[in-house]
Design a protein around this ligand. Structure first.
Ligand SMILES: [Zn+2]
Length: 286
C-alpha cells in the first residue's frame, strides 16, 4: 500500500511561516532507520534495548545512562567514546546497544555492533580459509563505521595475534577520530591482576583506550540472576545470598585490598516505585 502522506515519493509538503516547502516524509525516516538498524548487526537478544528501558538501581548505573544519553546528544561531534566496565548483568551491553540505536534513530548514524570474540573469529576464518576477501576487507566496516560498539573486549583468549588485531582496530579508530563504545568485564587494575585490562589487552591498548574513551564503571545487582524489574527486597536477598554479590564474592579467596569498597551497603529507598541502592562501587582495586 503506498504511503498515504507522500504516495511513496519520500517527500511531503510542510508549511513553514506560511510558505510551502518539502521535507522528508515520516515513511522515509522509518525506512532509513530500519535499513541502518539492519546494517548495525545487533544480535536479536539485544534488539529490545533502549535508553528508556535501562534499569538503573545504582548511582553508577544512573551516571552511565547520563553519559550514554550525552554521547547521543553530541553525536557525531563526540570528543571521547565510552568504555563500560563492570560485572555481568549490570547493563553494560544494554546501554551500549541502546545508545547505538538512539544514534541511528536520531542522527542517522552508520553504526555497527560486534561481540569481540565473533569479530576475531570472522577475521581468523578469513585468514585460514584464504577466501577472496582479505582480513582488511572483513575489517573495513568495523574500521570505518561512524559508531562502533565492541562488546566484551578482553574475553577472548590472550595471544599476540589477538593483541595485534585489536590494536589495529583501536589505533585506526583513534587516529580517524571515530566514536567507539567498548564493554568489558575486566577491571582497571595493575597488570599483575589476572582480570585486568592491562594484563589481558596489554599496556599499549589500555593506554590508547584511556585516551579515546571515558571509562565508566557500572556496579549493580546482576539482573541475569535476578530477572527484570527486581524489587528492593529481591535485590537485598540477592546481595545476601548470591555468590556473585560483591558482598559474598571475596569469601574463600584472598581478602580484597580495600574491604570498605568491596562491602556494598544496602540503603534501599523508593524512587519512582523502583528499587534503589546506595552502591559504593564494584570490586576492590578497580
Ligand atoms: Zn511517505
Amino acid at each position: 500500500m503506498p504511503c498515504a502522506i507522500c504516495d511513496d515519493t519520500g517527500w511531503k509538503t510542510i508549511e513553514v511561516d506560511g510558505v510551502s516547502r518539502v521535507a522528508r516524509c515520516d515513511c522515509w525516516h522509518q525506512r532509513s532507520f530500519e535499513s541502518l538498524l539492519k546494517n548495525a548487526r545487533i544480535p536479536r537478544r539485544y534488539l529490545h534495548c533502549e535508553l528508556s528501558n535501562f534499569e538503573d538501581h545504582t548511582d553508577s548505573q544512573r551516571r552511565a545512562l547520563r553519559l550514554a544519553t550525552r554521547l547521543v546528544d553530541q553525536f557525531p561531534v563526540v570528543d571521547k567514546g565510552l568504555l563500560f566496565h563492570g560485572d555481568n548483568g549490570v547493563g553494560k551491553t544494554h546501554l551500549a546497544v541502546a545508545l547505538m540505536k538512539e544514534a541511528i534513530r536520531r542522527k542517522g548514524a552508520r553504526a555497527i555492533f560486534f561481540e569481540t570474540r565473533d569479530l576475531l573469529k570472522l577475521v581468523r576464518d578469513t585468514y585460514n580459509n584464504q577466501v577472496e576477501a582479505t582480513e582488511l576487507e572483513v575489517l573495513r566496516p568495523v574500521l570505518e563505521a561512524e559508531l562502533l560498539v565492541l562488546d566484551d573486549i578482553g574475553a577472548e583468549k590472550k595471544s599476540e595475534w589477538v593483541e595485534e588485531t585489536l590494536g589495529l582496530i583501536v589505533n585506526t579508530r583513534y587516529s580517524e577520530r571515530r566514536v567507539t563504545v567498548f564493554t568489558t568485564n575486566l577491571t582497571d587494575a595493575e597488570n599483575t591482576e589476572p582480570n585486568s585490562l592491562a594484563l589481558q589487552l596489554g599496556l599499549r591498548i589500555r593506554s590508547r583506550l584511556k585516551e579515546m574513551c571515558e571509562w565508566v564503571e557500572i556496579a549493580g545487582p546482576d539482573t541475569r540472576e535476578l530477572g527484570p524489574h527486581p524489587t528492593h527486597e529481591d535485590i537485598a536477598r540477592w546481595q545476601e545470598t548470591s555468590p556473585a554479590s560483591p558482598k559474598n564474592r571475596g569469601r574463600g579467596h584472598l581478602p580484597p585490598k580495600s574491604t570498605g569498597q568491596a562491602r556494598a551497603q544496602l540503603k534501599p529507598r523508593e524512587r519512582d516505585g523502583k528499587a534503589d541502592l546506595k552502591w559504593p562501587g564494584g570490586r576492590a582495586g578497580s
